[in-house]
Design a protein around this ligand. Sequence first.
Ligand code: ADP
Ligand code: ASP
Ligand code: MG
Length: 406
Amino acid sequence: MSLIVQKFGGTSVADPERIAAVADHIARTRKQGHGVVVAVSAMGKSTDDLIRLANEVASNPGGREMDMLLTAGERISMALLSMAIIERGIPAVSFTGSQAGIVTDSAHGKAKILEIKADRLQEALDEGQVCIVAGFQGVSTGRDITTLGRGGSDTTAVALAAALRADVCEIYTDVSGVYSADPRICPRARRLTEVSFDEMLEMAATGGRVLALRSVEFARRYNVPLHVRSSFTWEPGTWVRDLGEDRNMEEAVVTGVTHDASEAKLTITDVPDRPGIAALVFRSLASAGVNVDMIVQNVSHSSLTDISFTVPSDEAAKAEAVVVDQLGTIGADGVTVDSDIARVSIIGAGMKSHPGVAATMFETLADNGLNIDMISTSTIRTSCVVRRDDVERAVRSLHTAFGLDA
Ligand code: ADP
Ligand code: ASP
Ligand code: MG
């Protein structure tokens, strides 16, 4: 008997009809003889609704109480789904993250899973029950309820699959797999048959929100094959797995184009160009818990330089305050915040061995009149920061230029 972990996102369980369809599918899987563990998201947009409510009663809600509130969304869907499965004559039992033994650190809103004590789930599985686990949540070592960050139910699912040594983790969502670009903005995007962990990691890190970044990190570390597929058509989707060396060498150099409009850019102007300045600035930002992403420092003229970096938009005000505090110490002129930016990235394992990929990217953007603000690269990715209003056009033109159009 194999063990399958299935994850259902918010749209997949948005209303009673959807819950019934999902329950039918889970019951079918169980009847085929597989052990089944399910991670479920909150129904539809209910997490957004809860955040809106919180903002109506408090000016800056967060931390412990916010996590207490948001985890209620998944508690509703897990119980309803469990009831619907029992209704179909299949024994099922629901668990909160805490009951499922998901232990995290205490970083509310972005907690990291430290350990999964899976004995309770294992017992229920041994009794032949389907286990329904609330996604996106855990309990901290200090015994408070935590959440794993937006999209965190993916992480719950993959972490459970790793802890229980499942044969596969199926991620059911509202698209039929991982596409060469977000199909909502790039109509010519193609569904990929398979993607390597490394490529998927880069895609998730640069805006391909079909999988949460942490979930891909888990999958790669514990070598859990992922199957991303649709809960509407149930057709086979995209496999994310270790592709090793058996990659088809004829494959396209670029696998996918991603975009991310969730960051803002800060620029510190006229910074003295001497050792220790960048260390001071970025240590202060780290101490304040700001997640810095891209960093660019220009060559200095007359011993003054500019340093630009990007942070999540909702951390821009905090980052600005940290830098303003440091201006006197570092002797810089000032700091500006630009919120109208977005990042477009091309990803592909073939980039390692093919020169000229970045050049083609820059030419394509230039031919379309798109100015590049910042550039960053890894061995299998090139990213450019452009104006936010231009980013969808940038995605489509790069998708065409790299021969990805369906
Ligand atoms: P769920 O609620 O099931 O977790 P999400 O909204 O988090 O669903 O993720 C699915 C969405 O991800 C799709 O509706 C799609 O718009 C978006 N998306 C972004 N990039 C991609 C991509 N490369 N391939 C597929 N979907 C993508
Ligand atoms: N409900 C949470 C969110 O909307 C977690 C998830 O859906 O993965 O972010
Ligand atoms: Mg998601």
